[in-house]
Design a protein around this ligand. Structure first.
Ligand SMILES: [Zn+2]
Length: 164
């Protein structure tokens, strides 16, 4: 299966709003396979469709490498329906290689979505997996982790990234 090309910041596609998936047909399923393959081939715990240039609401998350005991999640049209608690943790992003920052997120989230067969699923999770889900769902709304840090730090980081 082909590995897809990761789009890097400051490509403007990363700041667009992704569209809902209307029909999960064979083309969408085959894209999902490629997306998961791309995640597996990278050092990351999640990926969102816009990161490979496709503005559709599809994410894949698997935190097993960093936090054993979870499995692969492929979520279509994911929505956070409940969240609670706060935690701060280091995050990085495939689209912004070489940069990490401490980001404040909800500790616990409930996400409703469709799985790759079109079944409704509800995921309730906490900790690292909850953070990964929030990070990937942000991508679908054109939000990067850089947008969630304080203004001053963000400006510094963005300037450094643009210099590279
Ligand atoms: Zn990311």
């Amino acid at each position: 299966m082909p590995k897809l090309k990761i789009i890097k910041y400051p490509n403007s596609l990363l700041q667009e709003l992704s569209k809902e998936v209307i029909e999960i047909d064979t083309e969408v399923r085959s894209f999902i396979d490629d997306l998961v393959e791309t995640m597996r081939g990278s050092i990351c715990v999640g990926i969102a469709a816009p990161q490979v240039g496709r503005l559709q609401r599809i994410i894949a998350v698997d935190v097993t490498p960093k936090n054993p005991g979870h499995g692969e999640l492929v979520l279509i049209n994911p929505k956070i329906t409940a969240e609670s608690g706060k935690r701060k943790g280091r995050e990085g992003c495939l689209s912004i290689p070489g940069f990490v920052a401490n980001i404040k997120r909800s500790k616990k989230v409930t996400v409703s979505a469709l799985d790759r067969d079109g079944n409704s699923v509800e995921i309730e999770t906490r900790g690292f997996e909850a953070v990964a889900l929030q990070h990937e769902i942000d991508h679908l709304d054109g939000i990067l982790f850089l947008d969630r840090i304080t203004d001053m730090k963000r400006d510094l980081l963005k300037r450094k990234i643009e210099e590279i």
